[in-house]
Design a protein around this ligand. Structure first.
Ligand code: ADP
Length: 632
């Protein structure tokens, strides 16, 4: 029979599994049981919501069968099962969004074999211990059963088979024992019992296995005989229903990693139980790292929803506000109807109340982290801060009051993160507004001409390193009664009375020169004027009212071309104390025909310093070269 081939990515993952020298191979059992448990959840739900698929709860089980003679370990469930297409799709390709990332990580760090265990790579991890895997399955919604067989990389086959019971049976032909690896240990009763206790105790379906027990021999008082009975190995209490004080950190983390397919411990666990108008238990996690697709459209957020312990749906979006969409976890409420659908979820009053309550708890957890675990919070902010900023911008700023105190920006003076409150509290006497500057790095911002004067005053500036930042403060408008102001706006108002007067005089003296420069530049600028903000730099550009320079820069970026172009109303400022100013006066007096070139070059330079594109780089460089040649 023709073998089907695995997709390239799956093949690589398989290869990693088959050749793995990872010592913690035991986790394969946790992964298979977790899949079985999910399948049972789905069948249970179907049974409760569809009369045609009724099944007694007691018939929903996981069974582990050890067959030492044939070196086979079987994990069987009476869950939802798979059709041939589902086998093809689910077992032939990597389903987990994290798996591709895992492969990349593994290949990067060939020696870092530890991450297999942290990650949990699902079904494929069984290839660490099995040389052949057979999956026999019958879907609850079909009438034909199928057998999927694979010995690894060379592909798999799918054939029809007879199987009465709905559900899935996974048969592992264990690898041969070697000096280092005793795969046959996975056929030992005590070993499986320990593994189930260690990793799968909380699974809410019985994990049954035949065990041997010694019982008194009825015919001989002093003797015992061995009998075989079926025992449920797990306590079946879901972790979120356990008493918080009895749960160890490792247990929380282990559960998170298996359930949500992450390979890093979460940054924070939020676990609580609420009794009230709507009673529920929530177990939520803030991940340490943003998934690689987090900032893409394809990322699906949401919490798992359980009602009275019955799994209802995965990724219920309406339970999480968008600004907290990084949270993963589950909610179990006794007050919701089992038949709740995604559509109803959107409108249901109780669900809205539930979502509000969840949001408050997440908010409180973040505030607590910011207050008491600063370092952790900063790491969190590096990963998910952008999402909070989008949250402020979204819905016309509806959530700004709630979210503004969770924001942080880098401070220009120290480079460290500061919150808006910290900034506002440490503002200098006489400082009226909150200054910000946009740029790609702290260094770039600190080199902006407009920073000089600000530094002299010892004012701090918030560094906006992301495009969204400026949009975000435009939405905020002010914080604690203080307005936000870009340091590249026209009227910074930092001058003393004396400075103002000196500037007026200089402007009056050089009225004709400034007018000539403006005429030369035409529409490119609104005004050419004397600057009082520059110290070492010759020129700078600031924006009059209207769009800011940073907005222009953002829109000039190709990706944002769809928004059209936006031009700031530019003002060219010249430093009257810079040597170039004397030169300009001289050129204007003695070689007015050269003034156009000077005006143009200075203007282009100012654009460059500001990080704005110049119109014609070729003619610009040509002019510079000609000027150099003319220099005596
Ligand atoms: P994940 O569980 O993260 O999706 P896996 O590789 O472990 O990744 O499994 C892939 C998919 O195969 C599952 O999502 C599920 O659809 C299907 N699957 C695996 N085991 C079973 C099972 N015992 N019963 C039904 N479906 C299963």
């Amino acid at each position: 029979m023709a073998k089907k081939q695995f997709k390239a990515e799956s093949k690589r993952l398989l290869e990693l599994m088959i050749n793995s020298i990872y010592t913690n191979k035991e986790i394969f059992l946790r992964e298979l049981i977790s899949n079985a448990s999910d399948a049972l959840d789905k069948r249970h739900y179907l049974s409760l919501t569809d009369h045609d698929h009724k099944v007694a709860k007691k018939d929903l089980t996981i069974t582990i069968i050890r067959d030492a003679e044939n070196r086979q370990l079987t994990i069987e469930d009476t869950g939802i099962g798979m059709s041939a297409e589902e086998m093809e799709k689910n077992l032939g390709t990597i389903a987990r969004s994290g798996s591709a990332e895992f492969v990349a990580q593994m290949e990067k760090a060939a020696k870092n074999i530890d991450i297999i265990g942290q990650f949990g790579v699902g079904f494929y991890s069984a290839f660490m211990v099995a040389k052949k895997i057979t999956v026999e399955s019958r879907s609850a919604t079909g009438d034909q059963a199928f057998r999927w067989v694979s010995s690894g990389q060379d592909g798999y086959t799918i054939t029809e088979m007879d199987k009465d019971k709905i559900g899935t049976r996974i048969i592992l032909d264990l690898k041969d024992d070697t000096d280092d690896e005793h795969y046959s240990e996975f056929l030992e009763e005590y070993r499986i019992r320990d593994l189930v206790k260690k990793y799968s105790d909380y699974v809410r379906w019985p994990i049954n296995m035949e065990v041997t027990k010694s019982v008194p021999d009825p015919t001989d008082e002093n003797a015992t005989i061995d009998t075989v009975e079926t025992e449920t190995l797990n306590s079946m209490i879901p972790i979120w229903k356990k008493n918080k004080s009895k749960i160890k950190d490792e247990e929380y983390n282990e559960f998170y990693k298996t359930k949500f397919a992450d390979w890093e411990d979460p940054a924070k666990v939020i676990h609580y139980n609420i009794e009230g108008n709507i009673s529920y238990t929530a177990l939520m996690y803030i991940p340490s790292k943003a998934p690689s697709d987090f900032y893409y459209q394809t990322y699906e957020s949401g919490l798992q929803l359980y009602t009275k312990g019955v799994f209802i749906m995965d990724k219920a979006k309406d339970l999480l506000p968008d600004h907290f969409r990084f949270v993963r976890g589950l909610v179990d409420s006794d007050d919701l109807n089992l038949n709740i659908s995604r559509e109803i979820l959107q409108q249901d009053r109780q669900v809205k109340a539930l979502a509000k309550s969840i949001e408050k708890k997440i908010q409180a957890a973040l505030e607590d982290m910011l207050k008491n675990e600063r370092e952790k919070y900063e790491k969190f902010f590096d990963e998910f801060g952008l999402n909070l900023k989008y949250g402020i911008y979204k819905d016309f700023g509806l959530h700004k009051d709630q979210l503004q105190d969770l924001l942080m920006f880098r401070s220009s003076s120290e480079g460290k993160y500061v919150t808006l409150k910290e900034y506002a509290d440490s503002m200098k006497d006489g400082q009226k507004v909150i200054y910000y500057a946009c740029g790609k790095s702290l260094d770039e911002i600190n080199k902006l001409p407009a920073m000089e004067k600000i530094r002299d005053k010892e004012y701090d500036v918030l560094c906006f390193l992301h495009d969204i930042d400026e949009f975000c403060v435009q939405m905020l408008r002010e914080y604690d009664g203080k307005q936000f102001q870009s340091i590249t706006t026209a009227d910074l108002d930092l001058d003393s009375e004396g400075e103002k007067k000196a500037k007026e005089e200089k402007t009056e003296e050089n009225k004709d020169l400034l007018g000539a420069l403006k005429d030369s530049l035409g529409d490119k600028v609104k005004e050419v004027r004397i600057s009082s903000r520059l110290k070492d730099d010759p020129v700078c550009i600031v924006a009059a009212e209207g769009p800011s320079l940073d907005m222009e820069r953002y829109m000039a970026n190709e990706q944002n071309a769809m928004f059209g172009t936006v031009k700031a109303n530019k003002i060219l400022e010249i430093n009257p104390d810079h040597a170039i100013f004397g030169k300009l006066q001289e050129v204007y007096r003695e070689h007015p025909e050269q003034l156009d070139d000077f005006a143009d070059v200075l203007f282009q330079q100012a654009l460059l310093i500001q990080g704005l594109p110049i119109e014609d780089p070729v003619s610009y460089t040509k002019k510079i070269t000609e000027m150099m040649i003319r220099t005596k």
